[in-house]
Write a protein that binds this ligand. Structure first.
Ligand code: PGA
Length: 239
C-alpha cells in the first residue's frame, strides 16, 4: 500500500479532535498523522503513528514557543516534516535552517519528510527540475543521512497546495524521476511522496503513478470521512 501522510496544519479546533480520533481508530495503522503540536498527546495516547509539523532548529538554551526534537521524541512522536513551503515562505526558513533541523531530527531518531516544490512562476518557466534539484542539493550535500533513516522526499508544487490544482500524472512522474535520479546518484534511500490538493476525489487517479510511493495530504486530512475514503482507495489499489 502506498504511504498516506496527513498534514493537518492548523486546520482543527480542540472540540473536533475527540471525534476525529475515535472515528479513524480502525484506520489508524493506514497512515501517519502530523497534527497541530498541541494535540499530539491525543493521537499518541490513542495509538496513532504521530509526527510533528516542525521542530526547533537547535536544542540549546531556552527557546520560548519552540518544541525541540528531543521533547517531541519524549512525547512519542516518531517523525517530522522539514522544508514545507509554508514555513520556507512564512517563517523564512532557508537551507541553513533546514540543515540544522535535519541534524536535530537525525540525532533524535525521528523519521523525516523533506518537502520540495516550485512556484507557479518557475512551473510556467519550465524551471521545475532545476528548482527541485537545487532544493535537494542545498540540503543533502551538507548532511550525513544514516542508512536506516526512514526518509521521504515530498514533491509539493507550491501552486498546487490548497489550490485545487494538481500537475498531471505525467508531470508528477517526471519530477519524481528527477528526484529518484538525484537520490540514486547520491546513494540515498527514500520514498517519494506527492502533495498538493490531494483529496478523496482525485486519489484514485493519483494512485496510478508508479514513481510515487505515497502522498502528503493537507486540507482533506481534516475531514475524517475524506481520510477514510483516501485510505480505502489506497488499500484497494494494486499499485
Ligand atoms: P493540501 O496541502 O493537501 O491542502 O494542498 C498539502 C500540504 O501542504 O502538505
Amino acid at each position: 500500500m502506498k504511504r498516506i501522510m496527513l498534514n493537518q496544519k492548523s486546520g482543527m479546533n480542540y472540540s473536533d479532535i475527540e471525534t476525529y480520533v475515535s472515528n479513524l481508530k480502525t484506520y489508524q495503522n493506514k497512515f501517519q498523522i502530523y497534527p497541530s503540536s498541541i494535540y499530539i498527546s491525543k493521537f499518541v495516547e490513542s495509538g496513532y503513528n504521530t509526527g510533528i509539523q516542525n521542530i526547533a532548529e537547535s536544542s540549546k538554551g531556552n527557546q520560548t514557543g519552540e518544541i525541540t526534537a528531543s521533547q517531541a521524541k519524549s512525547c512519542g512522536v516518531n517523525s517530522v516534516i522539514i522544508g514545507h513551503s509554508e514555513r520556507r515562505l512564512n517563517q523564512k526558513e532557508d537551507a541553513e535552517v533546514l540543515i540544522n533541523k535535519f541534524n536535530e531530527a537525525i540525532e533524535n531518531n525521528l523519521s523525516i519528510i523533506y518537502c520540495v516544490g516550485e512556484s507557479l512562476v518557475d512551473y510556467r518557466l519550465k524551471n521545475t527540475e532545476n528548482f527541485i534539484y537545487n532544493e535537494l542539493k542545498e540540503v543533502f550535500d551538507k548532511i550525513t543521512i544514516p542508512e536506516n533513516l526512514d526518509l521521504c522526499v515530498a514533491y509539493e508544487p507550491i501552486w498546487a497546495i490548497g489550490s485545487g490544482m494538481t500537475p498531471t500524472n505525467y508531470e508528477i512522474a517526471d519530477v519524481s524521476k528527477v528526484i529518484r535520479k538525484y537520490l540514486d546518484e547520491n546513494k540515498l534511500k527514500a520514498d517519494i511522496l506527492y502533495g498538493g490538493s490531494v483529496n478523496e476525489k482525485n486519489i484514485d487517479e493519483l494512485l496510478k503513478i508508479d514513481e510515487v510511493d505515497g502522498f502528503l495530504i493537507g486540507g482533506a486530512s481534516n475531514d475524517y470521512n475524506k481520510v477514510i475514503k483516501i485510505c480505502e482507495s489506497a488499500m484497494n489499489s494494486t499499485k
